[in-house]
Design a protein around this ligand. Structure first.
Ligand code: SF4
Ligand code: SF4
Length: 368
């Protein structure tokens, strides 16, 4: 059955502009039915990296927050820390990055709470019974929220072809252990530059790390893939083996999204922002030029339909020359396949539909 996907145009004038349309859309029964009953509301988004700027503008976020509050809800902005070492790898640096990028209470009207705790280990296991995972390891705070509004900046992605709502939920709400298992089939490795300081051994709850000959080693049989050693090594000597295939990464992300939306049953709706559609992920420390004009905001209660509608709109649109598309920017070109030719982006949509996460069939409804 086709799902409803609402589309707000990017065009604006004083009497009718994209931000006011966004607020009015949330009054539509499709979405306000949730806002009427939710108390603690997770606003899931990506705060961007230190030197990136392609993430969702905090002023859009404020409009969403306004509506949640109007209905009596208590919103908080949330994400999980990254599995690799960087400006979002623990809760403190993550919140600092969010503030630097404009996600301050004074701008958005809501606090930032990192969903997987100080170092990414605050998690719960949820049964899925699916092909890659029988259980998934998700950020604990999301499990305690009454509902979730998932704000996704739609753009290209190196491993998934594109990154939208499915990835924002599936990867973005996996705790560190989950993220590591999505990306990698085997244990991390320790570089020869290891000084043998022993810090990683202290943080390894599984006793998988031992010191020998002045350096550390990992016993793969004991390692549970929690990822704590990676972020706690003061010298950056412990590395992830990014060895999982793009197909499996996408399928695993879908299973994580399933664990949150279906197994855990967190009620949710999804807003995709097709604004500054960059070729690569917001985790990059830079933001490249948009590959096509802004296309507005899409909203749905179906995580699959909203991503399918987003990719279709982008591929139908006329692309922008002198961008990552090279000369292949005509209307109707498969833009994410041009940018990331080694990745079949359809995998995540097809697999998501197959496991019952949502429908690729949709009715696009212009709003207002
Ligand atoms: S990933 Fe976790 S279990 Fe494995 S060696 Fe590192 S700290 Fe230990
Ligand atoms: S924390 Fe890093 S430098 Fe210290 S022993 Fe472990 S791997 Fe080596």
């Amino acid at each position: 059955m086709a799902s409803k996907v609402f589309h707000i145009s990017p065009r604006s004038k004083a009497s009718l502009h994209i931000m006011s349309s966004l607020e009015r859309l949330l009054e539509h029964s499709e979405f306000s039915q949730f806002l009427d009953v939710w108390n603690l509301v997770a606003i899931k988004l990506h705060f961007g990296e230190e030197d990136g700027w392609g993430y969702i503008h905090p002023k859009f976020v404020r409009r969403v927050i306004n509506q949640v509050k109007k209905h009596g809800g208590k919103p908080f902005l949330t994400d999980t820390s990254s599995v690799y070492v960087g400006s979002r790898s623990d809760a403190v640096s993550h919140i600092q990055t969010a503030l630097t990028n404009g996600f301050d209470y004074i701008v958005t009207g809501a606090p930032v709470i990192i969903a997987d705790g100080l170092k990414g280990s605050s998690s719960i296991e949820v049964e899925t019974g699916l092909g890659h995972y029988k259980k998934v390891c998700i950020a604990s705070e999301i499990a305690y929220s009454d509902g979730m509004i998932c704000l996704s900046h739609f753009k290209g992605h190196e491993l998934c072809g594109f990154g939208g709502a499915i990835k924002n939920v599936g990867m973005g709400l996996a705790a560190r252990k989950g993220k590591l298992s999505i990306h990698s089939k085997v244990t991390p490795y320790i570089k020869k530059e290891c000084t043998g300081c022993g810090t990683c051994k202290r943080y390894c709850a599984s006793g998988a790390i031992y010191l020998e000959g002045g350096r550390a080693y990992i016993n793969a049989e004991r390692c549970t893939g929690c990822g704590q050693c990676i972020i706690n090594c003061p010298n950056g000597c412990i590395k992830i083996r990014w060895d999982e295939s793009a197909k499996n990464v996408q399928e695993k992300i879908c299973e994580y999204a399933y664990g949150i939306i279906k197994s855990l049953g967190i009620p949710a709706f999804f807003l995709n922002f097709l604004i500054h559609i960059a070729p690569d992920c917001d985790c990059c420390d830079h933001t490249d030029a948009s590959i096509c004009p802004d296309l507005g905001i899409l909203a749905s209660t179906d995580v699959v339909a909203v991503d399918q509608a987003s990719v279709d709109l982008i591929n139908k649109s006329q692309g922008i020359p002198n961008t990552a598309l090279g000369g292949k920017h005509g209307a109707g070109t498969d833009k994410f396949r041009i940018i990331h030719p080694e990745v079949d982006w359809e995998v995540q949509l097809a697999y998501a539909e197959k496991i019952g996460l949502g429908s690729r069939q949709y009715d696009l409804i212009p709003f207002p």
